[in-house]
Design a binder for this molecule. Structure first.
Ligand SMILES: Cc1cc2nc3c(=O)[nH]c(=O)nc-3n(C[C@H](O)[C@H](O)[C@H](O)COP(=O)(O)OP(=O)(O)OC[C@H]3O[C@@H](n4cnc5c(N)ncnc54)[C@H](O)[C@@H]3O)c2cc1C
Ligand code: SF4
Ligand code: SF4
Length: 412
């Protein structure tokens, strides 16, 4: 294979729409070989800096969440007392929220992920937390950050719905040789589970992996349209907070002239989920429910999206999926220490009702992959995600329609 071929093999991940801009390849190969930059549409994508060799590209294919998505290890899957074909293995399904009222308020939903990260630091279980906060130079973007104190963790509370590369510093974090936790999206954690096969430090040093259940983020072009439709000059945006400060809380945009505009979640995303603009990779995401995580936390709106009136006073309640023994133990310890409030158990029916888009996506993914494959596109390999079993439960018509839709989309 020539040098041009190896570079082209890497670039195919991007051209086939499988890159989510997580940053892991740049972290692994280093800035002399790959950097993460904004592409012409504003998305974060790897840019090759020099000739890659085959071993470099093999490593990327083995770890990139565009080419491979792995769940928690087999031993953890077997150890889980409960298994659902859609929701996967779990120890418990509960409701909860942060024990500290200001964390519940600042958090995206009920502040559970921030509360757990604060507990991990306060209890000395980890030395730092790798997570995400708002980017300082591009406020609609997220930026990877390392927090060593409970206050620093608080600065990352709230969901970032813009392009973000949470894993850009992952290798540097492992190089610290200290125990740490990661809070990142399900696809980011799939990448870390992949990396565990290549780098033994992952299992030794990353003590906890926490995730929000994730339906996808807003592409930068869609953000640009939203701002211009609302008469906001994006060059003047000085800060942008997507949600939190209530549930979901306002999307708050401040500009350099001191103006502040608040938008309801439903005005930001649109009333109808089918109208959401998402990156292609999110439309073919085999794991929005965080199967690589020790703990996944989600929203709990009864109709799967917030009610305008109720959301004005909603303090926020998460559903919490503890997937591993470590996750179950962490929930218990954080609750005993007052960092979490336990709202009692829920069942799979509750999860299905509050997350219908996740259920549909999971069920349809194998057929969508078939369509992509037929169109000649790369398709992520999945490990531990049960896509074939779910496919077999669908009607033939459903699978055919999903396959055809993905085929047409891939063909352009
Ligand atoms: C892109 C995205 C899509 C989502 N889609 C859904 C959905 O379909 N259904 C649903 O129930 N919930 C969804 N959520 C999750 C929901 O918004 C809450 O994040 C979740 O309920 C946890 O709430 P919390 O209050 O515990 O989080 P918080 O306590 O506010 O903590 C959030 C944590 O997530 C990290 N984080 C935020 N944004 C990102 C990002 N872009 N990449 C990596 N890490 C990040 C932060 O650093 C922080 O540590 C989504 C979240 C995101 C970021
Ligand atoms: S590792 Fe992450 S940034 Fe690199 S190609 Fe894959 S998804 Fe994109
Ligand atoms: S929908 Fe899937 S691919 Fe998209 S950001 Fe969420 S976890 Fe990642």
């Amino acid at each position: 294979m020539t040098a041009t071929d190896t570079n082209a093999r890497f670039e195919r991940i991007v051209t086939d729409g499988l890159c989510i801009g997580c940053g892991l390849c740049a972290s692994l190969l280093g800035p002399e070989k790959v950097r993460i930059n904004k592409d012409e549409s504003g998305e974060l994508r790897p840019r090759i800096q020099s000739t890659l060799d085959e071993a470099d590209v093999d490593l990327v294919y083995a770890t990139c969440p565009g080419t491979r998505c792995e769940a928690i290890p087999e031993a953890e899957i077997s150890a889980a007392p409960y298994h659902d074909l859609v929701w996967g293995p779990y120890h418990s399904l509960t409701l909860g929220w942060a024990g500290e009222p200001e964390v519940r308020f600042e958090g995206s939903t009920g502040g559970v992920l921030t509360a757990l990260a604060r507990f991990l630091l306060k209890s000395g279980r980890v030395a730092f937390v790798l997570h995400v906060k708002a980017s300082e130079d591009a406020p609609s973007f997220g930026a990877a950050t390392i927090s060593g104190t409970v206050d620093e963790v608080m600065a990352g509370a709230g969901s970032r719905y813009g392009p973000t590369a949470p894993l850009i510093n992952l290798i540097a974090a492992l190089d610290r040789e200290q125990p740490f936790a990661v809070v990142a999206k399900p696809c980011d954690l799939n990448a870390i589970r992949n990396l565990a096969h290549q780098d033994a430090r992952v299992d030794r040093l990353i003590r906890y992996m926490l995730t929000p259940v994730c339906g996808g983020f807003m592409p930068d072009e869609a953000m640009g349209r939203f701002l211009s439709d609302n008469g906001i000059d994006r060059n003047q945006v000085s800060s942008l907070r997507y949600r939190g400060r209530g549930c979901p809380g306002p999307t708050t945009i401040e500009t350099t002239d001191g103006t502040r505009r608040d938008f309801h979640y439903l005005d930001f995303w649109g009333e109808d989920e089918s109208s959401w603009s998402l990156p292609f990779r999110c439309k073919i995401c085999p794991d929005g429910i965080g199967e690589g995580a020790d703990i996944a936390a989600a929203d709990t709106w009864p109709a799967a999206s917030p009610d305008r009136e109720a959301s004005a006073t909603d303090p926020g309640t998460n559903s919490i999926i503890a997937r591993t023994r470590r996750g179950a133990e962490l929930l218990e310890a954080a609750t005993a220490a007052g960092f979490l409030e336990d709202g009692g158990p829920v069942d799979i029916e509750f999860m299905n009702k509050t997350q219908p888009h996740q259920v549909a996506k999971k069920r349809n993914m194998r057929a969508r992959f078939d369509g992509l494959r037929r169109a000649g596109s790369l398709v992520p390999e999945t490990i531990g995600l049960r896509l074939d079993a779910l496919y077999r439960e669908n009607s033939t018509t459903q699978n055919r329609d999903q396959e055809e839709g993905a085929f047409k989309r891939a063909k352009g």
